[in-house]
Design a protein around this ligand. Sequence first.
Ligand SMILES: NC(=O)c1ccc[n+]([C@@H]2O[C@H](COP(=O)([O-])OP(=O)(O)OC[C@H]3O[C@@H](n4cnc5c(N)ncnc54)[C@H](O)[C@@H]3O)[C@@H](O)[C@H]2O)c1
Length: 339
Amino acid sequence: MIDGEYQNKTVLVTGGLGFIGSNLVIRLAALGARVTVIDSLVEGCGGNIDNLRTVQESIRIKVADIRDAGCYAAELERPDIIFNLAGEVSHSASMSAPLRDLELNALAQLAFLTTCADCFSGARIVYASTRQVYGVSRVLPVAEDHPIQPVDFNGVHKFAASAYHLLFSNIGRLDAIVLRLTNVYGPRMALNAKAQGFLSVYLRNAVAGKPIEIYGGGKQLRDPVHVSDVVDAFLRAGLAAGTSRVFNVGGPEALEVRQIAKIAAAAGNCEIVWREFDRAEKAIDIGSYRANAGRIARELKWQPRIRFAEGFPSALRSYEHELEFLTGTTAAAIAPAAC
Ligand SMILES: NC(=O)c1ccc[n+]([C@@H]2O[C@H](COP(=O)([O-])OP(=O)(O)OC[C@H]3O[C@@H](n4cnc5c(N)ncnc54)[C@H](O)[C@@H]3O)[C@@H](O)[C@H]2O)c1
């Protein structure tokens, strides 16, 4: 479905210097797409200019905030597809700074969508939403029609942003698809950024040989998905015609957190340490989650392929010669012009 389809396509990727965005950009460049990245390297997020060093000659990087249309809109050719991944991932940061999260995950999105609808009317846009919008699962696996009951500000604001995308579609001004991602892991995860989720902490600790911590008993289920599978879901969504607009993107298997921790600890040769959640962490814990990804399998023919026991050690190996990712010390290697 994908081979050849992106050759010479004009593609805009927001958040393209971040973890998932950079993996997507590298794949798009390999497929022959003409890629422009917009990313403002927000402090505390996972953006790193080094993430795109291997493709910097064949793509365009614009360091700009998606809110600042004046910085980029006039220069852009109409994109065939917009992949919209700019955002803040951290659930705990959203609780300590809800207004910052509102700015980054909702207001910035509304401003960006307004710009897109004005400048690129009717364009396909694929948005990176999150399973966090569901909150505590009432049934497992969780399908797209599960009630929306987020337990933190990040979930509320990400849901608002997905609702903006769907509204712009309903009024005929954009053509949006929303992907609700489960926990994503893999190369180019921001190991130097704090509170990016437990998988980035496990990867960081495995790289550094530090203990892998299990919180709250470890029996909670998660369905981690490798970033290359997620990239494949974005590429399919970018091309989809006449399908649903909202899709879950889940991993190939549900594992208990303690199984995930065991795999991470074995890969990094680390010990395991058991901890209890503190009150703030417990308040935003969603318990168990597993996506029902039947809709995306049926309509977009997407299946996650990489199991955690295979994907985590290979992600770890990708960091073996890249310890600077832990400190971000090589970020000055490329210096794209700021807006
Ligand atoms: N990583 C996951 O497990 C996961 C799970 C569910 C959803 N998501 C969503 O996927 C998207 C990408 O996640 P990620 O893990 O790659 O995060 P990331 O932090 O690595 O990347 C996000 C990028 O967006 C950029 N950004 C943020 N606000 C911006 C703005 N206003 N203007 C320009 N750039 C901006 C940041 O600088 C960063 O480079 C996010 O929207 C996130 O909510 C991620």
